[in-house]
Design a protein around this ligand. Sequence first.
Ligand code: B1M
Length: 222
Amino acid sequence: MSELLSKIAECIEFGKINKAAPYPPQMKGQDGADELTRQALDEGIHAQDILSKSLMIGMEKVGIKFRENKVFVPQVLMSAKAMNTAMVHLKPFFLSGEVKQKGKFIIGTVEGDLHDIGKNLVSMMVEGNGWEVIDLGTDVKADQFVAAVKEHENAFVGLSALLTTTMVNMEKITKAIKEAVPGAKVAVGGAPVTNDFCKKIGADAYSPDPQGLVEYLNAQVA
Ligand code: B1M
């Protein structure tokens, strides 16, 4: 069992989607996340074990390598694609409640801002680490965040901004969320955002990269 789970983790780490995929070259012709996840389920390995002992391990390794500039956006996207392929096989177990997720995470790029590449990477990494992600998209206004936080009880919130002109909207969004749902936790990130800015606007956490955010979220439910 552990050998198969290690192989799946490797597929996620290196972005091997399925046997037909030519990427990465060193794994050409080998089974990918698609075939191996199916095989693991057929062999009776519990979906929860596949998630926590292989998919999440692979995703964590990518997150750390990305933070250390050892891999870049394209590699992370391939890993996320491999992860999503594996997740298709696990979806029925999520829906039946057999596989437990760590919690809910609402994310959006703030009002006025249309940049979504970084926000999407964050979403994929958080989802790949066992969280249910509610992605509100781009140009998300305070009332949309508030509605989502009211709908999804105990969800954590993530705000992304890429412009110095839109990061200022994080303050009113954070205030609106906290006014509507006292105790709600808001994390902020994006190229122009800093830890000082996070503190100044009353948000709860800042991370410069997806892995730091994942570590913050995991620590909240540990
Ligand atoms: Co725009 N743009 N852009 N742009 N754009 C920047 C951001 C800019 C720095 C370019 C420049 O001038 N050098 C500049 C901002 C300057 C400033 O504010 N100081 C800029 C500008 C000015 C603009 C327009 C105003 C241009 C114009 O129309 N005159 C316009 C604004 C549109 C709008 O939003 N209203 C605009 C438009 C666009 C495109 C549509 C063309 C396109 C976006 C496409 C898309 O996202 N679908 C675009 C792009 C691609 C860029 C650059 C080139 C790349 C941004 C990106 O995707 N980076 C960018 C210049 C650059 O960075 N080289 C630029 C890759 C991404 C993985 O990184 O988003 O930082 P990033 O996310 C990181 C971290 O920040 C972190 O994790 C991610 C992975 O490490 N992170 C979080 C992000 N969110 C997080 C949340 C967290 C935690 C971590 O917790 C919740």
